[in-house]
Design a protein around this ligand. Structure first.
Ligand SMILES: Nc1ncnc2c1ncn2[C@@H]1O[C@H](COP(=O)(O)OP(=O)(O)OP(=O)(O)O)[C@@H](O)[C@H]1O
Length: 255
């Protein structure tokens, strides 16, 4: 297991200091993510998921513990690893830039010439199903389409590990469901190692190869579930409902 891990999180701790005293948020989380695995981190609201994600992405320094990517221990001062890409709930797309300009932006920052970056960006715009929307501006897109732009933007930078922090949390139920199907379609076409964070049990069961269930704050690993259900998964299948119930019975998360 150790040797095939793409990303290893080893005994990470984080405590904040506030006027009310110490606030421990992450309490000794360890996990390994395998190459091309779709790993879901499932936890209740405010349990420390985003803090954990920020530490994995090297945006926040753990008090102790290690984040190891492909055998290399991450040093906080190095900033975000080029191997890691992110998709957030709030995407911060530039409103004055078109879909194409938003998607190609990372490559432009890295000095990639226009012809090459357009080609790469187009590949991922097509992959996420936004062909013909290249010249649209964010305000002309639905919530689901904006998330597609965020996914294309992350893919365009060619990360090996994609961290997705509740990317569908603000979408309406129908759009959320279709984006869950879409992210599996995209990942199956262009596999990456994905760490997907959610507080939704059904979403976790639909997406994950494994689900890491966290406790309430401070976040600890409560249980890891290996899901062997074939894809595409059906949320009303007996097996799906069984695993959903097993996880639900082990948590106070509301569905
Ligand atoms: N920079 C910070 N300084 C102090 N406290 C913080 C900081 N960032 C997060 N916290 C606290 O850590 C706890 C966990 O926050 P976090 O955003 O990780 O939760 P979460 O599990 O992602 O929640 P949600 O599901 O609602 O997004 C919260 O109590 C939050 O107030």
């Amino acid at each position: 297991m150790e040797s095939e891990a793409r990303l290893s999180i080893r005994d990470i701790h984080k405590t904040f200091h506030s006027k009310d005293g110490l606030h421990k948020v992450v309490d000794g989380v360890s996990l390994d993510v395998k190459d091309n695995e779709f790993l879901v981190i499932l936890g209740p609201g405010y349990c420390g998921k985003s803090v954990l994600m920020n530490m994995i992405a090297n945006l926040m320094k753990p008090d102790s513990g290690e984040i190891v990517i492909d055998g290399n221990k991450q040093k906080f001062k190095d900033g975000t690893s080029k191997k890691v890409g992110m998709v957030f709930q709030k995407l911060s797309l530039a409103p004055w830039k078109t879909v194409m300009q938003n998607v190609e932006f990372g490559l432009k920052l890295n000095g990639v010439d226009k012809e090459k970056r357009r080609k790469v960006a187009q590949k991922y715009i097509d992959l996420v199903g936004l062909t013909d929307f290249e010249k649209h501006y964010p305000h002309e897109l639905s919530g689901g389409m904006k998330q597609r732009v965020g996914i294309a933007r992350a893919y365009t930078n060619n990360p090996e590990i994609l961290i997705m922090d509740e990317p569908f949390g603000q979408l309406d139920a129908q759009t959320r469901y279709s984006m869950q199907k879409e992210i599996i379609r995209i990942w199956e076409k262009d596999k990456r190692t994905i760490v997907f964070i959610t507080n939704n049990i059904e979403e976790a069961c639909y997406l994950g190869d494994r689900i890491v269930l966290l406790t309430e704050c401070p976040a600890k690993v409560k249980k890891v579930y290996e899901l062997n259900m074939p894809r595409p998964r059906n949320m009303v299948d007996k097996e799906f409902l069984e695993i959903r119930k097993i996880i639900s019975d082990n948590t106070d998360l509301s569905l």
